[in-house]
Write a protein that binds this ligand. Sequence first.
Ligand code: AMP
Ligand code: GLY
Length: 426
Amino acid sequence: MKILVVGSGGREHVLVWKIAKSSRVDKIYCAPGNGGISTLAECVPIGAMEFGKLADFAKEKEIDLTVVGMDDPLVGGIVDVFNARGLRIFGPDKAAAILEGSKAFSKDLMKKYGIPTAAYETFDDADAAAEYLRHSAFPVVLKADGLALGKGVLICNSLDEALQGVRDIMTDRKFGDAGRRLVVEEFMTGREVSVLSFCDGRTCLPMTSAQDHKRALDGDKGLNTGGMGTFSPSPFYTKEIDAWCRENIFKPTVAAMNSEGRPFKGVIFFGLMLTEKGPRVLEYNCRFGDPEAQVVLPRMENDIVDIFEACIDGRLDEIELRFSDNACVCVCVASGGYPTSYKKGFVINGIENFDGKEGYYLFHAGTRLDSEGRYLTNGGRVLNVTATGSDLKEARKNAYEAVEWVSFEGAFFRHDIGKAIDETEA
Ligand code: AMP
Ligand code: GLY
């Protein structure tokens, strides 16, 4: 088979790496890809939002299957463009990707079908939002309705902060058109867990759990980022909680999307909070998490291409997912200044230290190869240093050992990825 992967981050690198393990695959292309991906796939300089060009490329190269990693093209309707041209593609169509594309949609869906989530109100008008907030309890959570690179969520501790948040999101449009509508949500506390789940429109097949660390700095300080590191599995996500979530969250979500005439084929990412009152949905995403995929896929024992095809063909009930009994930790190494402004183009040293080291993986997030064959930094999150271990503590020790093997000017990473697991017996 010939496979095309769309995207350019660490998630796409681990996807390409996992696809390359399939005995059914002869050739992988990635558009646009990155420096690390180019060692496993032929990178083609077509942007992820250039749907027509991507479809032309897939036709010309007789691609058997296209896999989309990123949210923007899915929400923008890449799957509809490919389907209209008779091209096989893994991911939700535009009608289903709205599950991530609009928080107002997903909150209304949860309310209508009784799926547990935080209480909320939606506003199209800044004055009405401000008036509502004057009568709210704090903290309160403000969410821009649309896609905002994981940054359109503000937790406000006072009325002043909340009013400023409304101005930022709705009036000044700091997150662009994503801020045309605003969701104001009840603040919840608890452990967060991410569960990625394959869906074929009817059947929902959850993968092993993971936990992300969204803030930039140690101790959950600093700004929200796309994610600074992950571990899998989450020891807080017990078998009992999993069984409860399957019945009360995962299956009802897939059924709700069906009832709405928006059957979901692809990966639903359930962002959950384990509150005192039970698990609640924080958010849905319509794709693999980044960097959740980097710790989930190295533990998956199935041929992932079989699963992609089963999702497209509605045969997911025939698949049994298998995950190894180990643990995995990913530490993101970022450019100085991320998630605000940072420089690119620094030489990355030590990449070769990962060669031949079993259980250690260096997934590239923002890198590129220059004409002399050197790897240069090319984004905010640059490298995903990933390691497995027999349990989470060992995986964490291994990941932090390996993070010292690479360096570049201005590099920083969090030192406490998976630290919470020290509090448990896991
Ligand atoms: P989201 O993009 O909706 O997952 O929000 C980003 C982050 O904001 C989440 O990972 C949580 O840490 C936090 N967050 C979102 N919604 C809530 C909420 N209702 N209560 C508390 N924290 C939240
Ligand atoms: N790691 C969070 C996300 O992929 O949205």
